[in-house]
Ligand binder design. Structure first.
Ligand code: NI
Ligand code: MN
Length: 238
């Protein structure tokens, strides 16, 4: 077993993760059309699991296509699972809800709260309710734990997520406007009691103005490392 967790930042909120046991996990399927991901980092060889945080066009636009191409398991909320099955997706779709944990091929995935909205806009312009948005705590084979917050504001129960699941690393949105900005994310790091944070959901569009430098300033001297990943960059954690 490879000891490390490989984390490749595709861009925005999308990450391709290689587990210590060799499983490939994609969080928020937006790869091929992701505007900030370099082409060479868009190569996916195989996928064992897709996690979907919520139903917006910058988070799950390629869920159906990737399900058809790779036949992974998909974890999402119940409403999105129904929608995917309605689109003819044949792979195992695990519709769950917050507070629950699903184990897929040795990877433990807990769905936790997020405060945001969640909908799917069909090609004809109809907007469909897509259940509540979520975050995930992912526990790998070596017990390394990553919390991906999804799109969210800060909320007090991040303290509970920290106490209960003790994540080693947090992936937090910092872009502002649709989610937390750096100020809220700095407090979220303290609530979560993490010593490593990967900022996400910033810079993709001009309106997402929050930036990692500001988060770093706000956390100065607190022993919390801000790991700023370039789109396409891969790091090994744990
Ligand atoms: Ni969103
Ligand atoms: Mn978003």
């Amino acid at each position: 077993m490879n000891k490390n967790v490989g984390v490749r930042f595709i861009g925005h909120s999308t990450f391709l993760i290689k587990s210590p046991g060799g499983k490939t996990i994609l969080i928020d399927p937006w790869v091929k059309d992701n505007p900030i991901c370099p082409d060479q980092a868009k190569e996916i060889e195989n996928l064992d699991l897709i996690l979907i945080t919520h139903g917006h066009g910058d988070h799950m636009p390629e869920a159906v296509a990737l399900a058809e191409e790779f036949n992974p398991s998909i974890i999402c909320n119940f409403e999105i699972s129904q929608w995917l099955q309605g689109k003819g997706v044949n792979c195992p779709v695990i519709g769950m809800n917050k507070g629950g944990t699903a184990e897929v091929e040795g990877i433990r995935v807990t769905m936790v709260d997020a405060k945001h909205s969640s909908s799917i806009t069909e090609p004809d312009g109809t907007t469909i309710y897509a259940g509540e948005p979520a975050g995930y705590v992912i526990g790998f084979e070596n017990d390394y734990r990553i919390y991906h917050a999804g799109d969210t504001c800060i909320f007090g129960d991040m303290k509970l997520i920290g106490e209960l699941y003790k994540p080693d690393l947090a992936m937090l949105p910092i872009g502002d406007h649709f989610t937390m900005g750096p100020l809220e994310a700095s407090m979220a790091c303290r609530f979560l009691n993490v010593d490593k944070v990967v900022p996400m959901h910033y810079g993709t569009f001009p309106i997402l103005t929050g930036n990692p430098e500001r988060l770093r300033e706000l956390l100065d001297g607190e022993g919390i490392e801000v790991i700023e990943l370039e789109p396409g960059q891969e790091v090994f954690m744990g």
